[in-house]
Design a binder for this molecule. Structure first.
Ligand code: FMN
Length: 284
């Protein structure tokens, strides 16, 4: 099981020693044009997780390719580039320009991008024509049935799935006004884990693609639970803000969690076996 960072949760150039602890570094989502992101405040704490409305702030494709990516590649860690956009051509154009990286993660939860199965498949198909690099489709669990989207992107040529992105949420300040300037934002952290485990489990069955599981992974035991639900790899997001040492710690804890669960490796933990009583894997 590889340990990656979740897109947008680690600046590899500001914290190269953290990036070097990862099996692969995933960049923040890059869009065709530069984006300043939303007005502050754009981060808020909640009792069980973090709310963010960063708004995909990034330097834009040209500066990313000319300045940022070459420096990230110098770190010597395999690089995944997270690609975003507002239409299929935006995504495909960026994909066609990427070389010397390990994989591309398509952030299919961008503002103005319809996450319906058809449009997700159209984006993946356009990117498939534009690159031979492995394509991971990053999905949100907010879709009425995430397995529809998983099947559609698998059919369109995705090589893997990244599950899950944040869930839309609101936090209020002491005056009962939204804590974020934008009003709502994306919830991440521990509250997401049960939702993410379900998405991983049902998509593993539906699409039979390798999955990078994420959403509230804080410990080695969490990572093992993702493996038990069918994830091949995990990504650490919100935990990195509080504990930059999490990649090394989670790796050590994962070995101990395997021993405690009586499995030799995380791969032996999953996917979930059917319950002998009900014949079901995970409740629908
Ligand atoms: C501050 C912040 C910025 C994020 N930026 C991105 C992004 O640029 N692209 C993306 O696909 N996901 C982004 N995410 C979502 C994470 O990659 C991840 O899917 C989500 O936070 C769930 O994992 P976690 O609970 O471990 O944080 C961001 C999350 C946070 C908290």
């Amino acid at each position: 099981m590889r340990i990656l960072n979740a897109s947008g949760c680690l600046d590899a150039l500001a914290a190269p020693e953290v990036a070097r602890e990862l099996d692969a570094f995933v960049t923040k989502t890059v869009t065709p044009l530069p984006r300043e992101g939303n007005a502050p405040p754009r981060i808020a704490e909640t009792a069980h997780g973090m709310l963010n409305a960063i708004g995909l702030a990034n330097p834009g494709r040209e500066r990313f390719l000319a300045e940022h990516l070459p420096r990230v590649r110098e770190l010597g860690v395999p690089v995944w580039v997270s690609v975003g956009g507002f239409c299929a051509d935006d995504y495909a154009e960026t994909c066609s320009r990427l070389t010397g990286i390990e994989a591309i993660e398509l952030n299919l939860s961008c503002p103005n991008v319809d996450e319906a199965a058809d449009s997700a498949a159209e984006i993946v198909a356009a990117c498939r024509r534009a690159t031979e690099l492995p394509l991971y489709a990053k999905l949100s669990a907010a879709h009425p049935d995430v397995t529809d989207v998983a099947r559609a992107v698998a059919h369109a040529g995705a090589d893997g799935l990244s599950l899950i992105n944040t869930l839309r949420a609101v936090a209020l300040d002491k005056h009962l006004r939204p804590a974020l300037a934008r009003g709502s934002g994306g919830l991440s952290g521990p509250a997401l884990k049960p939702v993410a485990l379900h998405a991983v489990s049902v998509c593993h069955e539906a699409a039979a693609l390798p999955i990078v599981g994420m959403g509230g992974v804080q410990t080695g035991r969490d990572a093992l639970e993702f493996a038990a639900c069918g994830a091949a790899d995990v990504a650490l997001g919100t935990v990195l803000f509080a504990d930059p040492g999490a990649p090394a710690r989670v790796r050590t804890e994962l070995a101990a969690a395997c021993a405690e669960a009586g499995v030799a490796t995380p791969g032996d933990a999953g996917p979930l076996t059917k319950s002998p009583e009900t014949g079901r894997k995970v409740p629908a």
